[in-house]
Design a protein around this ligand. Structure first.
Ligand SMILES: Cc1cc2nc3c(=O)[nH]c(=O)nc-3n(C[C@H](O)[C@H](O)[C@H](O)COP(=O)(O)O)c2cc1C
Length: 327
């Protein structure tokens, strides 16, 4: 039998398939189904600071508190604790239910909360934490340096507060992505997850209103993270996990070939069901057999830019032949 094991964030995973943070990992039952189907690890749905705040507001609405500042603060705290407790219960339940690593995911807006919540996630048994740092900075006064420093500060403060491994899930929108990625690894990230897929905005032209765009990825979206995986693998000092656009064994194998330590999947599970996990893994095994690979380690990173004899091919941004009229 092929050896699919890999090392990611310091964990020895039985295989590199991780279920990405999404609503499928928002319940203990969901997490268990993913593990039963063969996932090497799971990332829980993100704990969103706003959600916890919203929970606190909801509780406040139902309590008559006019003029009682202390009571108001107390109820707000109770609301925050309840929202947070739901997540911690999910984490504790998931840890009891499965043997594979359970990675908690955190998305905050207030700098102080990152560390507070991270500590509590660690105390509740998280094997690791994925920081889902997703900010859209639209204020033109902020420079790219300030934004990158903010990422570093969040990572460093969380890193100092917990002793479990911390990964950072990022988007691709940095002026120098390679520099930022390397800066995050140098500041203690045990892994980077490339790339988060953000909720897109659309417009309904009949209702003249904003609407959310379709939120699942397509297989065509694979190539963007594939390129960056190939460029960064072996060049930054932490593990890399791929996410976005991996819908089948082919996409999964490609990400491993260019150097992913692990591959996170989500949309394909919504589309085909949790059974897709076993299907992808068994097709990876068939491919390995065909190519006489006994272990993932034998081909992982083989097609990264660093390992390539044609490094220039990875950085071509234009269709050269098309430009000179040959295509
Ligand atoms: C319904 C849904 C919910 C998601 N929720 C989260 C989340 O809470 N935190 C997060 O970091 N990513 C979240 N994601 C993004 C996924 O983790 C993943 O990175 C993204 O969908 C790209 O992978 P895919 O192409 O396999 O879908 C969500 C995606 C979907 C479709």
């Amino acid at each position: 039998m092929a050896d699919l094991s890999t090392t990611y964030m310091g964990f020895k995973l039985q295989n590199p398939l991780i279920v990405a943070s999404c609503s499928l990992t928002n319940t203990v039952e969901g997490v268990q189904r993913c593990a039963d189907a063969g996932a090497g690890a799971v990332v829980l749905k993100s704990m969103f600071e706003e959600q916890i705040e919203a929970n606190a507001h909801e509780i406040q609405k139902h309590v008559w508190l006019s003029g009682h500042t202390e009571a108001y603060d107390y109820v707000r705290q109770v609301g925050i604790k309840t929202g947070e407790q739901d997540y911690l219960n999910l984490l504790e339940g998931a840890k009891k239910a499965v043997a594979v690593p359970v990675i908690a995911s955190l998305n905050c807006v207030t700098p102080d909360w990152w560390t507070d919540y991270a500590r509590r996630l660690e105390s509740s048994g998280a094997d690791g934490i994925e920081l889902n740092i997703a900010v859209l900075v639209s204020d033109p006064r902020h420079t790219s340096k300030e934004i990158e420093d903010m990422y570093y500060r969040i990572l460093e403060s969380v890193g100092k507060s917990v002793s479990i491994p911390v990964a950072v899930k990022i988007g691709p929108y940095f002026t120098s992505l390679a520099n930022t990625a390397s800066g995050l690894c140098a500041r203690g990230a045990s892994a980077l997850v490339l790339f988060n897929r953000f909720y897109q905005l659309d417009i309904n032209i009949d209702k003249l209103d904003l609407v959310p765009a379709y939120h699942f990825s397509t297989p065509e979206e694979l190539n963007f993270s594939l390129r960056w995986m190939s460029l960064l693998a072996g060049r930054v000092k932490c593990d890399l996990a791929a996410t976005t656009g991996v819908h089948d064994a082919g996409g999964f194998i490609k990400q491993l070939l260019v150097g992913a330590a692990a591959v996170q999947i989500c949309s394909t599970l919504y589309k085909h069901g949790i059974g897709r996990i076993a299907q992808i893994l068994s097709n990876v095994e068939l491919w390995m057999k065909k190519h006489q690979f006994e272990s993932v380690a034998q081909f992982q990173g083989r097609l990264s830019q660093k390992a390539s004899g044609h490094p220039e091919a990875y950085e071509r941004l234009q269709y050269i032949k098309a430009l000179v009229g040959l295509e």
